[in-house]
Design a protein around this ligand. Sequence first.
Ligand SMILES: Nc1ncnc2c1ncn2[C@@H]1O[C@H](COP(=O)(O)OP(=O)(O)OP(=O)(O)O)[C@@H](O)[C@H]1O
Length: 264
Amino acid sequence: MNDATPTNQTPKIQIRGLRKVFGDKVILDGVDLDVGNGESVLVIGGSGSGKSVLLKCILGLLHPDSGSILVDGQEVVGLYGSALEEVRAKFGMLFQNAALFDSLPVWENVAFGLIQGKGMNREDAKIVALEKLASVGLNEDVAELSPAELSGGMRKRVGLARAIASNPEIIFFDEPTTGLDPIMGDVIDRLIVSCVRELGASTLSITHDMASARRISDRIAMLYKGKIIWSGPTKSIDNSGNPYVEQFINGNSEGPIQMQVRSL
Ligand SMILES: Nc1ncnc2c1ncn2[C@@H]1O[C@H](COP(=O)(O)OP(=O)(O)OP(=O)(O)O)[C@@H](O)[C@H]1O
């Protein structure tokens, strides 16, 4: 399947024929996916379907067996060292568990990439961190706390502030609402949408939370058996006409998707 971009511009990310195998397990089996400029794409798929592997291939953390990943038209498969770092500098990422260092105060977690990655001095990096924390609704008192002192929702906010700290062109959201109650999930999703809009960033996200998926994406793509088997506007997800998508979004155990359940 060829995943057409919604505009004629060069896509921000263009993936073609991506294949990744671990031992005898084919995880990605020819993934084709585009993320347009300023577009928010969300990948759905069952546990173990390869969503994280896909993100890791784009970030160069895993090396695909074959296929192509273009970022702004530049091939990133096979890049390493400073060339890979240059591409990675375009990305921000909000990890599932926010992945904060408890040994550093909140502001330093946000400023970490600016100080370590971009060589910014601590004073300037702190100013940026405080600005970004303010943009996700956290004040200067919170900036001095340890992440261990924060609630789950606050940790996500800090993770979001860190993801946007360097004004990235592309942001990955990995399960941004996991572990939050539905109301806090909505709050975080709204923050994500407003921060992304303000930056004009393109996003690629993965989640199991369909309410969140509907809020933070323009387009949804479904990964199944190593391929994107459906992709379409988020607003048409309920009329996909695809039995795999229907089963997934309705959470039915009955349907064409065979979940592997190991009996104990
Ligand atoms: N480094 C690795 N070495 C071997 N197998 C791996 C490695 N990374 C991932 N896998 C396997 O690849 C498959 C896909 O994993 P992945 O984490 O991408 O799934 P996922 O769709 O993100 O799942 P979930 O929704 O549960 O997070 C799994 O079977 C996993 O065990």
